[in-house]
Design a protein around this ligand. Structure first.
Ligand SMILES: Cc1cc2nc3c(=O)[nH]c(=O)nc-3n(C[C@H](O)[C@H](O)[C@H](O)COP(=O)(O)OP(=O)(O)OC[C@H]3O[C@@H](n4cnc5c(N)ncnc54)[C@H](O)[C@@H]3O)c2cc1C
Length: 434
């Protein structure tokens, strides 16, 4: 198979990149599972936007403060300055953000935000955005979307990427030659026992980067979300209790139903406080009281969280619910420049798998959908500005299929590469601190 652009992943970053590319490019998008199975569909809280110029400094400072001032300031500036343009695109695709009684866009806030600046659609903002992106992409004649198709390797020669080796839905191995490739493979939650991420998101982009010596950055910067619904026999992904619940007034309580932390501190600080409290109380979880939010706001803004609590046997209007921290987001990733280019020629990385430095050491809530979209658009623009029309496909030898035959052990091997890389980065940091 041959294609001009191969996009690996159909979360918000992969889909939006496809929509930004000219329609005379032939595009192939792969996804490991069905098209709707991406973390982008799970995003609850919302997407940040620069409301108006008066909020620029505060938004910039909130992002840096949450990121422990390890953020790339230029990337943060690009994200904030590009936010209104991206939101306009989304609205033009039909995305319906919540409006106030006068029909104007309404905003909410989450932990570590000094202002309300988050656009939302109930507690399913990610689904609202990504389903519209997917619908738009499905209308494009130049885009082929291959579900249940996994990228198992990159085709590389002299540090240039020429596409990838894939496992197709029927289990057979094939290759797709591409002039340009974009990795949009999402996060790494699938390698953790407790995570809010889809289980199939196992950091494949990171594993392939390790194998092909593509530069990585901050791979040990992994965010643990303070509040997921605690269930003693959880097998699937952990259900997130969005931070906007705390933004709207929910409280965190210890085993004696006493508050023990300021609920609006950054995620990593709240997570630490919860772990410390659990240790002190010898408990497996703490409690979150949603009653201060009030009936109307709770059922209107958070209907799916309320529904999940009921399903699990709790009535959030009558009693606190049990919550525990879980792996949630990957701030590190494949090192990219401001145009989302990796250290390998003709290879871009976008979305959660990439690291452009926006989030520093800890992500500010509701900055990831925005960051994914802003830098996907920049990647697409950079590609369009390249000499892609003049590029030709090179002659490539058929891959040694036996290398990829055992899908289980290959996937295990890739998980291990990701885990080892995180451990290596962790111990390097520890040594630096000694
Ligand atoms: C529960 C939850 C709530 C969240 N809430 C918010 C929020 O309110 N606001 C916010 O800004 N962010 C939120 N986030 C984070 C945000 O959703 C993600 O960071 C963002 O959606 C990532 O988008 P993406 O395009 O990078 O990847 P994803 O949407 O995760 O998509 C990854 C894609 O890559 C594919 N893939 C992976 N490996 C391969 C492979 N080897 N071959 C082929 N395909 C592959 C997958 O099948 C999938 O299609 C939340 C995340 C979770 C889990």
């Amino acid at each position: 198979m041959k294609t001009d652009v191969l996009i690996v992943g159909c979360g918000c970053s992969g889909l939006y990149a496809a929509l930004q590319l000219d329609e005379d490019l032939d595009i192939t998008i792969l996804t490991k599972s069905k098209a709707e199975d991406s973390d982008s569909f799970l995003a609850q809280g919302g997407i940040c936007v620069l409301k108006d110029e008066s909020d620029y400094q505060a938004y910039f400072e909130d992002t840096l403060k949450a990121g422990h001032y390890e953020n790339d300031k230029q990337s943060v500036d690009i994200m904030i300055r590009s936010s209104q343009n991206v939101i306009q695109d989304l609205i033009s695709y039909g995305v319906d953000f919540h409006k106030d009684e006068n029909g104007k866009l309404d905003y909410t806030r989450e932990g570590a935000h000094s202002q309300k600046r988050i656009l939302f659609h109930e507690d399913e903002t990610g689904k609202e955005i990504t389903k519209h992106l997917l619908a738009k992409v499905r209308q494009l004649k130049n885009v082929k979307l291959l579900e249940y198709t996994t990228l198992v390797d990159l085709i590389e020669k002299d540090n240039t990427c020429y596409g990838g080796v894939i496992r197709k839905a029927d289990g057979s191995i094939d290759m797709i030659q591409a002039k340009y490739t974009m990795l949009a493979t999402g996060g790494i939650g699938g390698v953790y026992r407790h995570s809010t991420n889809y289980r199939h998101l196992t950091g494949d982009g990171i594993a392939l980067a390790v194998q092909h010596k593509i530069a990585l950055k901050n791979v040990n910067y992994v965010q643990i979300h303070p509040t997921t619904f605690y269930s003693p026999d959880e097998k699937d992904r952990s259900f997130l209790i969005s931070e906007s619940v705390r933004g709207e007034g929910a409280l965190l309580l210890d085993k004696n139903m006493h508050r023990f932390v300021n609920e609006l501190l950054p995620r990593d600080v709240v997570t630490k406080a919860i772990y410390a409290q659990m240790e002190k109380d010898h408990t497996t979880h703490v409690w979150e009281d949603l009653r201060p939010i009030g009936h109307e706001e709770l059922v209107k803004h958070f209907p799916h969280i309320v529904e999940h609590c009921h399903k699990m046997g709790y009535d959030p209007e009558k009693e606190p619910i049990p919550v525990v921290p879980a792996q949630h987001y990957f701030m590190g990733g494949i090192d990219v420049n401001k145009e989302s280019k990796t250290s390998m020629e003709h290879l871009y990385a976008i979305g959660e798998t990439a690291c452009n430095g926006v989030h520093g050491k800890n992500r500010l809530a509701s900055n990831s959908l925005l960051e994914s979209l802003v830098f996907a658009k920049r990647a697409a623009k950079d590609l369009m500005d390249s000499d892609w029309k003049a590029q030709d496909f090179i002659t490539i030898e058929k891959p040694d299929v036996s290398k990829y035959a055992d899908s289980k052990s290959l996937s295990q091997q890739y998980r291990q590469l990701v885990q080892t890389e995180i451990k290596k980065a962790d111990s390097k940091k520890e040594n630096e601190n000694v």
